[in-house]
Design a protein around this ligand. Structure first.
Ligand SMILES: Nc1nc2c(c(=O)[nH]1)N[C@H]1C(S)=C(S)[C@@H](COP(=O)(O)OP(=O)(O)OC[C@H]3O[C@@H](n4cnc5c(=O)[nH]c(N)nc54)[C@H](O)[C@@H]3O)O[C@H]1N2
Ligand SMILES: Nc1nc2c(c(=O)[nH]1)N[C@H]1C(S)=C(S)[C@@H](COP(=O)(O)OP(=O)(O)OC[C@H]3O[C@@H](n4cnc5c(=O)[nH]c(N)nc54)[C@H](O)[C@@H]3O)O[C@H]1N2
Ligand code: SF4
Ligand SMILES: [Mo]
Length: 737
């Protein structure tokens, strides 16, 4: 057992709060305060504080399980791995490689996500890989790439927030989803800045706002267009900025002008005076920001909605300038890094495109394979899950629990059951693992080392603090063993640092360039913001320019490691490359000189409002929206195993307005049935004036009768393939006790 305290990061959300882990005499581990990490300065939410509970052996898996005679029984690692390799090999022999599906997660370290993408393409030869990030921030990613040529959730560090003049926070309940981050917004207001929150519910976050806009679910696109209309009408466009730094304004302007404020008021339910007030608050200060989260993004028009909010920033000159910009608050622990290194259906490491011949050549060379052997792009997450049991005959799943978290979950559960073979790697027996033919118990955050990339784009080292229990192995070991059994002996190391060294080379020159980052730098510098090219690495013409100084104006990080091995990776020196003999400091702030587009200009997108895929009607007259509570995480697979968290959030509920409750004759705590075209869920009423009377809200953390995703609509955004978790039409009924 290691004895000293280890500085590391939380297993859960994208804030990746710093914490110290100290072993306890009983063989466990205790979380202690780590004040040197600037994002949380020691503060943690209840989930992070209680995370060690999931490490204990009564809670987590410690033996592989193999299905035999209908039940899962303990097996040896060899039996379990042989079974998986045998089944996958047999299915591939009969149905071809694309019959093998792979599903990953945004909670996986960069090393694991990278290896999973490589495993799918090199070992299995399948194109059918995607991951749960598609359910999370893919619309913001698509919107960011369209407008800026690059997707990094936040183009600036969180510490910039208190110094700006106004923040519009669209569909984020960060007081519950990232509690330590609330501090940045409190400080903003203490400094005289203002906070506008856009949410159909008066959340704990909205309670902090100077202005709370409460639109109908699914109408953020119209809202943003209405604000832009007023910006134009009131003469608040930054003409010089638009001319110098953007393209496409005329079309975007025309689209916005078609959205009259009165019309927008009718669509959104937000009054014209409130729209005007928001424009005034956003435009008057020197600098301002728009931050979106899942509210506006998890819609079948999420990409266009993000585009409309970006247009608002561009028209007012609030992007690519100090203390201004558009950002997306990414959700999962490695939601950012997980979308950069190849577990996504259309992607290769370094945020490269799988259908780009140059990217294929570069990555194939790092992998030592023929570029033509790499499959093409596959299906998106929901489409992949929906195809299980049809042309996809088996699934290897790592770090997701779709039985609880996928839209139209009852259908997805059926698809999972219809597979010929399901293998799941998890730390606990999740609802999805319980359906598997083989379950592999893997090591967790505190037991293994790996890098995570936080919502700021800051690459961090999460360090091993304790020895894992007997019987578990890491995801990297699993892939190494399976590769060997499927005939690929080399290229799947089990040491995370060795994987990272390969990832650096694979990402070199790509948009998300990690080639200048080393484990050592991550420890000594408390993380490094990408892009961080290695010295003399050729950069692509569209790579963003770094602001080479950090916020203190110092050449932070320059020349800190004269013996850094990255320097030996000499390639031809190119304009924009890091000078030999120096170390790139990383890029906390993007776009200050130019955007990452070919011409360096940000692109307006001409977007128009359209309704949600399903709007209330006579049969289903109420909006359902879904989301989170502070004490549970995601599908709850981990947090529902922690007593303290269950005491705080014991189960699902239906949040509704007293007027709707009165119509139903329902009192607080009465069971309510919520019925959509997909199914029926039952949960107790929670009555509050803090929600629109036409809307009910359910958290999605629980399986069973109260599962919110039994109801949700899998309508997909045409660009990002993001499902519409945030809007569908339901009927609410009182249930006889
Ligand atoms: N406690 C906790 N924290 C978490 C997580 C967790 O599960 N639990 N998950 C992590 C992950 S992966 C993510 S993605 C983040 C998510 O973080 P958030 O995006 O903050 O979380 P949500 O609760 O999904 O949605 C935010 C808000 O959107 C509102 N909303 C619903 N419909 C609409 C709409 O149509 N328009 C607008 N503008 N708002 C709408 C909801 O009322 C809700 O308050 O949280 C991360 N942190
Ligand atoms: N209705 C509704 N549904 C939603 C959302 C919503 O707002 N509303 N939000 C969506 C969003 S934003 C997200 S991100 C998804 C998330 O939903 P899921 O994809 O289900 O995510 P988790 O519940 O975090 O599942 C992670 C699983 O991986 C396991 N695990 C943790 N670490 C590791 C590891 O290192 N290796 C392996 N192999 N396993 C590990 C955990 O124990 C857990 O079982 O839910 C989506 N679903
Ligand atoms: S806010 Fe997120 S990263 Fe911080 S302690 Fe809570 S779950 Fe962990
Ligand atoms: Mo997420």
């Amino acid at each position: 057992m290691e004895t000293t305290s280890t500085p590391t990061h939380c297993p859960y959300c994208a804030l990746q709060c710093g914490m110290n882990l100290s072993p306890t005499p009983e063989g466990g581990v205790e979380v202690t305060e780590r004040v040197d990490f600037p994002v949380n300065r020691g503060a943690l939410c209840g989930k992070g504080r209680t995370a060690p509970a999931v490490l204990s052996s009564g809670v987590r898996l410690t033996s592989p399980l193999v299905r035999s005679g209908g039940t899962l029984v303990p097996a040896t690692w060899d039996e379990a791995l042989d079974r998986i390799a045998g089944e996958l090999g047999a299915i591939r022999a009969v149905h071809g490689p694309d019959a093998l599906g792979v599903f990953g997660g945004g909670g996986l370290t960069n090393e694991k996500a990278y290896t999973l993408g490589k495993f799918a393409r090199v070992v299995l030869g399948t194109s059918q890989i995607d991951y749960n990030g598609r359910f999370c921030m893919s619309s913001a990613a698509a919107g960011g790439i369209k407008a800026f040529g690059l997707d990094r959730g936040l183009p600036f560090p969180l510490e910039d927030i208190p110094k700006t003049g106004c923040v519009i926070l669209v569909g984020s309940n960060l007081a519950e989803t990232m509690p330590p981050a609330l501090r940045f917004f409190t400080e903003l207001r203490e400094n005289g800045g203002t906070l506008i929150v856009v949410d159909p519910r008066r959340t704990r976050t909205a309670e902090q706002a100077d202005l709370h806009l409460m639109p109908r679910p699914g109408t953020d696109l119209a809202l943003a267009l209405g604000l832009l209309h007023l910006v134009v009408a009131e003469g608040r466009v930054d003409e010089e900025y638009v001319r110098e730094r953007t393209s496409g304004w005329e079309e975007a302007r025309a689209a916005a002008m078609a959205h009259w404020p009165e019309h927008v008021e009718r669509i959104t339910g937000v009054s014209v005076p409130q729209l005007r007030e928001a424009v005034r608050m956003f435009c008057e200060p020197e600098a301002a920001m728009v931050l979106t989260a899942r509210g506006p993004e998890q819609q079948s028009k999420g990409t266009d909605t993000v585009g409309a909010w970006i247009n608002l920033c561009l028209a007012t000159g609030r992007a690519g300038r100090p203390l201004s910009g558009y950002g997306c608050l990414t959700g999962q622990g490695n939601g950012q890094g997980g979308r950069e290194h190849g577990q996504k259906a259309d992607q290769l490491p370094g945020y490269r495109k799988l259908d780009d011949p140059a990217a294929r050549r570069h990555v194939a060379e790092v992998w030592g394979v023929d570029p033509d052997s790499l499959p093409g792009p596959g299906r998106s997450a929901y489409e992949l899950l929906d195809a299980l049991g049809t042309d996809i005959r088996s699934l290897l799943l790592m770090a997701s629990n779709p039985v609880v978290s996928a839209p139209r979950a009852a259908h997805i559960e059926e698809r999972l059951k219809s597979l010929d073979f399901l293998a799941v790697c998890d730390v606990v027996l999740s609802e999805t693992a319980a359906l598997a033919d083989v379950v592999l118990p893997v090591t967790q955050w505190a037991e293994e080392t790996g890098t995570m990339t936080s919502l700021e784009g800051r690459v961090l080292l999460r360090q091993r603090a304790i020895t894992p229990p007997e019987g578990v192995r890491s995801d990297l070991e699993v892939m190494h063993e399976l590769a060997a059994r499927l005939g690929v002996e080399k290229g799947f190391p089990t040491d995370p640092e060795e994987v990272f060294e390969e990832l650096r080379r694979a990402s070199a020159g790509g948009p998300a360039d990690y080639s200048g980052i080393t484990y050592r730098r991550l420890v000594e510098e408390n993380g490094v913001f990408w892009p961080c090219p290695a010295p003399a690495t050729p950069t692509t013409p569209t790579a963003p320019t770094a602001s080479a100084v950090d916020d203190d104006g110092e050449d932070a990080g320059l020349d800190v490691f004269p013996e850094d091995p990255a320097r030996d990776e000499a390639g031809p020196a190119q304009p924009g490359a890091v000078l030999p003999g120096t170390v790139h400091p990383g890029t906390p702030r993007l776009f200050l000189d130019r955007f990452a587009t070919d011409d360096g200009r940000a692109r307006f997108v001409p977007v128009s409002h359209r309704p949600a895929a399903e709007e209330p009607d006579e049969e289903y007259p109420v909006f359902l929206t879904t989301g989170r509570v502070v004490a549970q995480y995601q599908s709850g697979a981990q947090t529902r195993r922690v007593d303290e968290l269950n005491a705080a959030a014991p189960g699902p509920f239906v949040e509704l307005h007293p007027r709707l409750a009165a119509r139903l004759g329902a009192a607080e705590g009465d069971p309510l049935a919520v019925v959509s075209r997909r199914g029926r869920a039952v949960a107790p009423a929670r009555i509050t004036t803090g929600i629109r009377p036409d809307t009910v809200f359910m958290p999605f953390h629980w399986p069973g009768e109260g599962r919110a995703n039994t109801l949700t609509n899998p309508a997909l955004d045409p660009t990002s393939r993001m499902p519409e978790f945030k809007v569908c039409a339901v009927r609410v009924e009182a249930v006889e006790r």
